[in-house]
Design a binder for this molecule. Structure first.
Ligand code: PA5
Length: 451
């Protein structure tokens, strides 16, 4: 994988922007952040660092046992228990001609459930329930709905159609596993939801559909070596975090990730959660109100050149754009020389469609740079497990390092918890009566108009 951050470093004579001197002068804050990461790893807080060396034999054995039984894998999960699954499958589906279908039910929308039910063949379906806490309302409700359907339609064999990934000891689902003897996997204690793509959370569904998870981990391991380097300019995750940190400080509150390839679009979705939930914080670690974070936005090249790029080039200068492109495409198409006499289109004839795609990426990069809009570029040699493993690991380290620079805790999500509590209250969960009372009081003051 290649990383070009030239367009994040502005010339010294420009009023706005980050210069090479800024990087040199950051040695102290970077070394502090690096030391904190080392300390957290020692204290067993940043378990995702150990995942590249994970032993995947349990997953591979289970997958082998299921061979020939299923065509449809349905993940029931949300947030960190779903986004990585969608991203990996979507990235590799066409590249690897994956034969199995992966459906990710990460919402409690009746239309989504209806759509999944209309597509799957229950007898050839495996439901992969994923929740670290084992209590999340969305996952619990879809689990209950599909469990009832399974019990009704396949009363003798329903358990064979279920596999659960959750905490190894705690939570309601662990009790269900123990009581009903259901196949199960674990989410390690020391890996938070949005950092769990390389645990059983993301690896099991990937292996079930035919993704080479050992190659994925090998890619992560290779990036880990680079991301352990305390020399900031040799550590891609650290340098990118530092530059984004400075831009955040300079009021660039939006981070656009723009892959130039459809399969990578959902990787940007995975990144959105990682960057948003980890860095969007009210308090710093010292208890001061800081209200930091950078809103991640996903865009797709070339599609969004005809939708968003006008805004990126000429609108408020409040964004840092990350392009992701692919060097070698396994599948490609030559644009034919039709209508040769017409200059409007004959320049396209004989070119590969991927050549046009990458030229358009370059063109957008040039337009942004000329307009003084910071941007950087990650180039995957091809879309495969190794590159995706590298990408995932780099962004996980980058996120934690950015959190350290911001002096916030990148691993918690108190804002999400507040919403969960309100949902419990509104849905009548025992123990949340006081919260319900408060909500009802504030809702009675709300007015909704017929319009
Ligand atoms: O990153 C996180 O911790 C969250 O986004 C969780 O992944 C999400 O809330 C789902 O939680 P759980 O896996 O406990 O169901």
């Amino acid at each position: 994988m290649k990383f070009n951050y030239t367009n994040l470093i502005y010339q010294d004579n420009l009023k706005e922007g980050i210069t090479t001197a800024t990087i040199k002068n950051s040695e102290k804050i970077c070394q502090k952040a690096h030391q904190e990461i080392l300390k957290d790893r020692k204290n067993n807080i940043l378990g995702f660092y150990d995942l590249p060396e994970k032993n995947v034999s349990k997953i591979l054995t289970y997958v082998k046992e299921q061979e020939g039984k299923f065509d449809d894998i349905i993940v029931l999960g949300i947030g960190g228990s779903a986004l990585g699954n969608s991203a990996l499958y979507s990235a590799l589906k066409v590249e690897k001609s994956l034969k199995k279908n992966l459906y990710v039910c990460d919402n409690v929308d009746p239309y989504l459930i209806k759509e999944i039910l209309s597509k799957i063949n229950l007898k050839r379906s495996l439901f992969n329930v994923i929740t670290k806490s084992g209590t999340t309302a969305e996952t619990m409700s879809t689990f209950l709905i599909f469990l009832e359907i399974l019990k009704k339609e396949l009363p003798e064999t329903y358990k064979n159609h279920l596999v659960i990934t959750t905490d190894k000891e705690k939570g309601f689902l662990r009790e269900v596993i123990n009581k009903e003897d259901i196949a199960n996997f674990e989410v390690p204690d020391n890996v938070g939801g949005r950092f769990s793509i390389l645990t059983d959370v993301g690896l099991l569904s990937s292996a079930l559909v035919g993704i080479d998870i050992e190659k994925l981990l090998a890619g992560a391991a290779s990036m880990k070596k680079k991301c352990e380097n305390s020399n900031i300019s040799e550590n891609p995750a650290y340098i990118n975090a530092l530059l984004h940190y400075f831009y955040m400080k300079n009021g660039k509150n939006i981070s656009v990730m723009m892959p130039y390839s459809n399969p990578l679009y959902l990787m940007a979705d995975w990144y959105r959660q990682l960057w948003a939930e980890s860095l969007g914080k009210k308090n710093d670690v010292y208890g001061n109100k800081v209200f930091v974070g950078q809103t991640p936005v996903k865009a797709l090249g070339t599609t969004d050149q005809h939708s968003q790029v006008q805004l990126y080039v000429e609108g408020p200068n409040d964004k840092v754009v990350t392009f992701i492109s692919v060097k070698n495409f396994t599948y490609d198409y030559e644009i034919p020389f039709l209508f040769q006499e017409r200059d409007e289109i004959n320049y396209l004839g004989g070119k590969k469609i991927s050549e046009l795609l990458n030229a358009e990426q370059k063109a957008t990069e040039i337009a942004l740079t000329n307009a003084n809009r910071p941007n950087c570029h990650l180039i995957l040699p091809q879309i495969d497990e190794f590159s995706l493993g590298e990408f995932i690991f780099m962004y996980e380290v980058q996120t934690v390092f950015a959190g350290k620079l911001l002096d916030i805790d990148p691993l918690n999500q108190p804002g999400v918890e507040a919403g969960k509590i309100a949902t419990y209250a509104l849905m009548g969960k025992k123990g949340f009566e006081k919260e319900l009372e408060e909500i009802q009081k504030s809702m009675s003051e709300n007015q909704t108009y017929e319009i």
